[in-house]
Ligand binder design. Structure first.
Ligand SMILES: Cc1cc2nc3c(=O)[nH]c(=O)nc-3n(C[C@H](O)[C@H](O)[C@H](O)COP(=O)(O)OP(=O)(O)OC[C@H]3O[C@@H](n4cnc5c(N)ncnc54)[C@H](O)[C@@H]3O)c2cc1C
Length: 297
């Protein structure tokens, strides 16, 4: 594959993540249609270079040392087909979740209001089982089209083995191309738009949307809340370099401006160590680490 507008060498990845940190990709492809995506994946396989697929980069911490091989970012693979009157919507991997939430509300289709404050793509949501406000990706998902070993398969919700912030795609190499959801049409659009707007305002009041972050850093442990444990441990506001435990919401670690990925990584491990020592609870990161963090920067 030659270096075209869709494939750059030594491309900066920080701008492609909501944390605004991370090094360079050896190669970066930004496909604008499914065919370009398939070509890029085939190229990585043919050249036997590592392949990493990212969406909006809103649940990622990419190493300051960057990533080897090809990174494919799906954010330009947009578009959705809304099938009246069945209430089914098929959305491309790079479609932003908030856009789906607003469009569903405008049509009076119930099923996506929870997604309005999650700045990820359809692909990232399918992989992460993203959720909020008591709803999640798996609730209304029928199936996802996944590229695996050169062929495209339709995986049902059962095959995706969903659990809390988990799907089987987190341990495999499949590339999500699109997903099909079953919404419930026939609701009052104004009511749904108000509900969607309320969700967004509530989140903006209680979470640090004004600073770069990855949302909640840690999964909630059974029968507890990661944010509560961190707050009760006196860690709100604690900083390593320009990475800070948010004073607004303790399960967020924010980039105050000049943080490195290593600052954030070290702070995550510091918080884990404090919680382990104080409460005997191991916090597990929800954020995905990509690249080499082995021995500091
Ligand atoms: C301010 C803020 C608030 C947030 N609030 C929430 C919340 O309430 N609930 C919640 O669940 N999450 C939340 N998040 C985290 C994040 O938005 C979700 O996890 C989202 O689903 C990630 O989607 P993405 O497109 O950004 O995926 P990325 O972060 O780019 O990638 C996440 C994982 O999915 C993989 N991936 C992405 N796209 C594909 C694809 N097409 N095929 C195969 N693998 C793929 C990546 O390799 C990676 O392993 C928040 C993040 C921020 C910044």
């Amino acid at each position: 594959m030659t270096a075209t507008a869709q494939c750059q060498a030594q491309a900066d990845l920080a701008e492609l993540t909501t944390y605004r940190v991370g090094g360079r990709a050896q190669w970066l492809a930004l496909p604008r249609c499914q065919e370009e995506l398939l070509t890029a994946v085939a190229w990585a396989q043919q050249e036997q270079v590592p392949l990493t697929v990212i969406g909006a980069g809103s649940n990622l911490l990419i190493s300051d040392r960057g990533l080897p091989g090809l990174v494919i970012c799906t954010r330009y693979l947009r578009g959705a087909q809304w099938h009246e009157p069945t209430g089914q919507v098929v959305a491309a991997a790079g479609m932003p979740l908030p856009q789906l939430a607003w469009e569903a509300a405008r049509r009076g289709w119930q099923g996506f209001a929870w997604a309005v404050g999650i700045p990820g793509t359809v692909g990232g949501a399918v992989v992460m089982n993203a959720g909020a406000q008591g709803g999640c990706t798996a609730d209304y998902l029928i199936s996802a089209e996944v590229l695996h070993d050169g062929s495209i398969r339709t995986l049902t919700r059962a095959e995706l083995a969903y659990d809390y912030r988990y799907s089987c795609l987190q341990t495999g190499t499949g590339v999500v191309l699109s997903a099909r959801w079953q919404c419930i049409p026939g609701h009052d659009p104004q009511c749904l738009q108000r509900e969607t707007s309320d969700y967004l305002h509530r989140r903006r009041r209680t979470q640090p949307y004004h600073l770069p972050s990855c949302g909640s850093v840690f999964r909630n442990p059974p029968a507890s809340k990661a944010g509560w444990l961190i707050e009760q441990s006196g860690l709100k506001g604690y900083q390593i370099g320009q990475a800070q435990v948010s004073p607004l919401h303790a399960n967020f670690i924010v980039n105050l401006g000049g943080a490195t990925a290593q600052n954030i990584y070290d702070l995550i491990h510091y918080v884990q160590a404090v919680i382990q020592a104080k409460w005997g609870i191991q916090l597990h990161p929800e954020v995905k680490f990509l690249g080499d963090f082995s021995s500091g920067s």
